[in-house]
Design a protein around this ligand. Sequence first.
Ligand SMILES: Nc1ncnc2c1ncn2[C@@H]1O[C@H](COP(=O)(O)OP(=O)(O)OP(=O)(O)O)[C@@H](O)[C@H]1O
Length: 207
Amino acid sequence: MVEPLLKVVDLACARGGLTVLEGVSFEVASGSALVLRGPNGSGKTTLLRTLAELQPAVSGEIFAPEDTVAYAGHADGLKGTLSVGENLTFWGSLFGFGDIAPALDAFELRDLVARPAQSLSAGQKRRLGLARLLVTGRPVWLLDEPTVSLDVAAVGLFGRAVERHLAGGGIAVIATHIDLGIDADVLDLSGFRASAPQGGAFDEAFA
Ligand SMILES: Nc1ncnc2c1ncn2[C@@H]1O[C@H](COP(=O)(O)OP(=O)(O)OP(=O)(O)O)[C@@H](O)[C@H]1O
């Protein structure tokens, strides 16, 4: 049996000081993807940020080998004055992964390689932001609404990049409302609403 690379046990997560999710448990094995679903405000971003260790868990445990996670959130995190190629080279050097050619090819960025990131369209910026995943060399991708701004062709490029990542033994956890055309388990976070949210403002997702 393949050992799971990412395992979550009885996790509770908070946002803005309020517990949003509790009792979340799952495993994602090498070569597998998990799609997170749930209405706006149900905690998809909160869970991904917690998995990425951008914020602490309220309780519960996350098991993942050290330095295996790459997170792509709502912001593309690009350096606007650097070119497409320089952005990828910069990220590759940070993660010790030198070759940017597969990332350029996967997201059809070759024609844009010399363009400053700040001059790209929203969809082109998103393609570059996703291409950064490939230069991290990291096996666990945590992706928050990765297809925002992408056209149909670019969604296809992204889906194929994920498939290749999984075929190479990687893992992907993806919050998305669209069908990416990849084979994935689905976790609906509606079932993990924290039982006693504090305060009156915390109910928009569950009303
Ligand atoms: N910075 C913040 N401060 C306080 N509360 C926040 C903050 N960001 C999000 N929240 C609240 O935390 C809860 C979970 O939000 P989260 O962004 O995780 O949901 P989501 O499922 O990703 O939503 P969406 O589908 O709209 O992206 C919501 O009630 C939201 O209003």
